[in-house]
Design a binder for this molecule. Sequence first.
Ligand SMILES: *[C@@H]1O[C@H](CO)[C@@H](O)[C@H](O)[C@H]1NC(C)=O
Length: 168
Amino acid sequence: MKLLTLFTSVALASWGAQAWSCLSDADAQGIADASVIFLSHQDIDLANRTAQALFADNIVEFGDSINSLRGDPLGTQVEDNKATYIEDTLSTPPIQQVNTLGIVHSCNQMVWFFEFIGIGPLRIRGFNLITVDSSNKIIEQRVEFNSLAWAINIGFNVTPPATGPFSQ
Ligand SMILES: *[C@@H]1O[C@H](CO)[C@@H](O)[C@H](O)[C@H]1NC(C)=O
């Protein structure tokens, strides 16, 4: 009887913790909305306050698309410091329009399908696989997007191969 009581209370406690920390639809939408405010940073102070609340202190970010643009080896960690990440992002040109095209989420992860307009002539679409901690703060982002469109938008010269199996 005592054992059963113990098991029951443990089960209830873990269920309670789980339920409390699980992303709701509104939580996931809120994270996407906050990400839009941060990335479009029309108002720097608002974007900063939003980002401070959005990200956990130990946030990390990975993404081959950004590695490719920066010329880093694929798999290189993109961000590992909350303050630097926020400062660096806020000091880059604002993205005029950030659209949310889709959100799916589980308990502690969500995928945000996004679209950037205004970096250059081409729209840029991509996905961010976001993991949150028990307070729903972002601890990890795995971002992949159309970095070829981004590269063309910012002035890279992209030339298709003239010969070979992938020539056009
Ligand atoms: C963002 O907020 C942090 C913490 O309040 C502050 O240290 C930093 O200077 C702010 N950055 C900008 C760009 O406003």
